[in-house]
Design a protein around this ligand. Structure first.
Ligand code: EPU
Length: 417
């Protein structure tokens, strides 16, 4: 079993360079299928989620070459066959193969995707979108067959501004006949990044980043070169760690606007931040003020940062509150934090934090990806040594986490026990 062993109490100084965004890359890799020739995507993080998607592409017959931060995909040799359950279940984002294969071949057979157990995570809005474009969805247990004689543009209203459904519908609609509009579309930066990629391939998408996306279908898409945006969740995680134990810690290669909901909360807490054009510098303050947060769709406070942010709130004087509105099961980190000495109670979708409390190292579990990031943050702050198990979750989303933290002074080791 692999564990992360962290001895806390060290100050962190120096520079952490942020990698390309996981949640963009995991859509861009399947989206490459839509092109007729070579696609080069650079700044793709080397994490197990991007590896799993490359494996699915290769299973389908695509040529995939990894060269450091770049990935070159030649989709010309793809055969549209069923994606086995074992591969689909490795991660959530395997669902993007649905939109991409449907767009290109008008037919897809695959299984329900996997991913962190942070909620029920239905895909009804994705499927409703495909149906609105003219596809028929047949469901046999966990297997989905989505088929269309032809895809036709449609007006689609999303009941929830879902990131996955917005991207998946874009992937299918770029190859539909005529115009599609997606209303109440999600506005996350990853959606803009994917739309830019598709436009580089020759798609006609406008309005990405707003709640109305318009797509004019095209007959074919060509290869292109594209760059992944910096990972705002990785940037936010290291900024929170800097707020806990940073001494002039620079978080570099970021788009500060993407984490404004976080940085403004940090300032409200009394954290010292210097924000540059593509970096920030963070220092641990003497004391932290208690604050309340509520997770919201972008540009609100990102649910993916809620779990690491809770760790910081254990250090604030007084009562803080975290209300989670996106995922119904995203408080699995709380019992683990309480094991380390935190004083947090959960009532429904609200966590109430009483602080400040001293954190003490112990054995804890990374119950999901961002809960794992919270455990790393807590362990770095804690007195003594913490052993984090189930770290495969963390390795799915944080590139070179051990090296990045060691380089700025953390005592962190990946061990096989
Ligand atoms: N929802 C439905 N039906 C659907 C789709 C979504 O009811 O068909 C619900 C979900 O159950 C959830 C809400 O809508 O309650 C929002 O879900 P959304 O579809 O926006 O989430 P997602 O696309 O599955 C992505 C990220 C998540 C991130 C959310 C919200 C990827 C691969 N995942 O998930 O990232 O939390 O958007 O920003 O892009 C993470 O990186 O740790 C992570 C979980």
């Amino acid at each position: 079993m692999k564990v992360l062993e962290i001895t806390g109490g060290k100050q962190l100084s120096g520079t952490i360079r942020i990698s390309g965004a996981k949640n963009s890359s995991v859509a861009l890799i399947p989206a490459a299928i839509l092109a007729d020739d070579n696609v080069t995507i650079c700044n793709v993080p080397e994490i197990t989620d991007t590896d799993a998607l490359s494996e699915i592409l290769m299973y389908l017959g695509a040529e995939v070459r990894r060269a450091s931060e770049s990935i070159v995909i030649n989709p010309a040799t793809i055969q549209n066959k069923e994606i086995p359950e074992e591969q689909a279940k490795k991660l959530r984002a395997s669902y993007y193969f649905m939109g991409a294969l449907l767009g290109k071949y008008k037919h897809v057979e695959m299984y329900f995707p996997g991913g962190c157990s942070i909620g029920q995570r239905p895909i009804n809005l994705h499927l409703k979108g495909f149906e609105a474009l003219g596809a028929t969805v047949t469901n046999d247990g966990n297997k989905y067959i989505v088929d269309a004689k032809e895809l036709k543009g449609a007006n689609i209203y999303l009941d929830i501004a879902s990131v996955g459904a917005t991207i998946n519908i874009m992937l299918a609609a770029v190859r539909a006949k005529g115009k599609t509009t997606i209303d109440n579309a999600a506005k996350e930066p990853e959606i803009v990044n994917v739309a830019t990629f598709l436009n580089n391939m020759g798609a006609k998408i406008s309005g990405a980043g707003t709640s109305e996306i318009r797509i004019e279908g095209v007959d074919s898409l060509k290869g292109c070169f594209h760059e992944v945006i910096p990972d705002r969740i990785e940037a936010g995680t290291y900024t929170i760690i800097g707020a806990l134990i940073g001494n002039y810690l620079k978080v570099d290669n970021i788009i500060p606007e993407h984490i404004e909901a976080l940085t403004s909360k940090l300032m409200e807490m009394g954290v010292e931040l210097e924000i540059g054009s593509d970096y920030l510098i963070v220092n641990k303050p003497e004391n932290y003020k208690a604050v309340n947060i509520k997770t919201l769709v972008y540009p609100g406070f990102a649910t993916d940062l809620q779990q690491p942010f809770t760790v910081l709130l254990t250090q604030a004087k007084g009562k803080s509150s975290v209300i989670e509105t996106i995922w119904e099961n995203r408080f699995m980190h709380i019992p683990e934090l309480n094991k380390m000495g935190a004083n947090i109670t959960v009532e429904g979708m609200e966590a109430k934090i009483n602080g400040p409390t001293k954190l003490i190292g112990t054995d804890v579990e990374a119950t999901d990806l961002r809960a794992g990031a919270a455990m790393v943050a807590a362990a770095l702050k804690a007195e003594g040594t913490t052993r984090i198990s189930n770290i495969n979750h963390i390795l799915r989303g944080y590139e070179n986490i051990v090296e990045k933290l060691s380089d700025v002074g953390a005592k962190i080791e990946l061990k096989e026990i």
